[in-house]
Design a binder for this molecule. Structure first.
Ligand code: SF4
Ligand code: SF4
Length: 279
């Protein structure tokens, strides 16, 4: 049965993508692996894996389109819009603010005169690729999109039918604990939270573990650059969230060299994580 693992973390720049791609590569030596780059603001796993992405399709969201002939200027639509994406001034037609609209359709339903029709706007693009025996999908959001989880949901929906063909599916999420991260995490069997032994790393790890606890997803910690700060900061948080540090990856010159050359890292710490996964 397919095992879904998220590689996540509260803070950007901790090495999440480096570790996600390295794990994918190591697992792909023996298993069928699908890597999903769900860091939709800044997907970069394909760069590390030297994958030339191929566009699969654009992602669209329903958006309201006003039919002025039918509109009676009642203002109901503006009242139901929780995103404040409709400006209504008495006696005037409502004005829609596309950047604020999340496509929930509430205004279309609420209009008693059928004056709001369904249009669509592009919110992202899905890509695919393959290298090192790792099958790969990613999505990229349009710049300035208010609500990004529909992009991640569309990506997950797209791979639904092929999930069963894999032993492992890895989700490299965006950093943080906002909606698109939650969308990526949902349905995962395990999450690796990647962090560093610094006060900032400790703070952001706590956010990540808090979210995983809420979603009832078992968490394990990968401590990157483990020898550059105070490990006790991380140990304390791990204990309070009943999580454990599964791997400590030191600040090794060999890792830095592979990273700076834009190559996927190969390291004994990654092999150890994979070995532990198989137990
Ligand atoms: S679709 Fe939803 S968010 Fe967009 S304008 Fe209508 S009510 Fe507001
Ligand atoms: S609810 Fe319909 S009729 Fe009323 S202002 Fe909005 S679009 Fe016009």
């Amino acid at each position: 049965m397919v095992k879904k693992i998220a590689i996540t973390g509260g803070k950007g720049g901790t090495g999440k993508s480096t570790i996600a791609t390295a794990l994918a590569l190591e697992l792909a030596k023996r298993y069928k692996v699908l890597l999903i780059d769900a860091d939709i603001d800044c997907p970069n796993d394909h760069l590390i894996l030297n994958i030339k992405r191929e566009k699969v399709k654009d992602i669209f969201q329903p958006v309201p389109r006003l039919n002025k002939q039918k509109c009676r200027k009642c203002g109901n639509c503006a009242k139901v819009c929780r995103e404040k994406a409709i400006v209504f001034v008495k006696g005037e037609h409502p004005v829609f603010i596309p950047e604020q609209c999340i496509g929930c359709s509430a205004c279309m339903i609420a209009c008693p005169f059928g004056a709001i029709e369904k249009g669509k706007k592009k919110i992202g693009t899905i890509y695919k690729g393959k290298n090192y025996n790792v099958n790969f999908f990613s999505a990229e959001t349009e710049i300035g999109l208010e609500e990004e989880s529909p992009v991640v949901n569309a990506l997950k929906q797209h791979i639904k039918n092929i999930e069963k063909d894999y032993d492992y599916i890895l989700f490299d999420t965006s950093p943080g604990a906002h909606c698109n991260v939650i969308s990526a995490l949902q349905g995962c069997d395990l999450a690796f939270s990647v962090t560093e032994p610094t006060p900032l790393g400790q703070h952001d790890l706590e956010l990540s573990l808090k979210l995983l606890k809420k979603l009832k997803i078992p968490s394990q910690i990968i401590l990157n650059k483990s020898d550059v700060g105070d490990k006790n900061l991380i140990k304390k948080i791990a204990k309070s969230y009943n999580s454990k540090i599964i791997s400590e990856i030191p600040y090794r010159k060999s890792i830095l060299k592979q990273y700076s050359e834009g190559k996927p890292i190969k390291d004994k710490a990654i092999k150890q994580i994979v070995r532990k996964l198989k137990k």
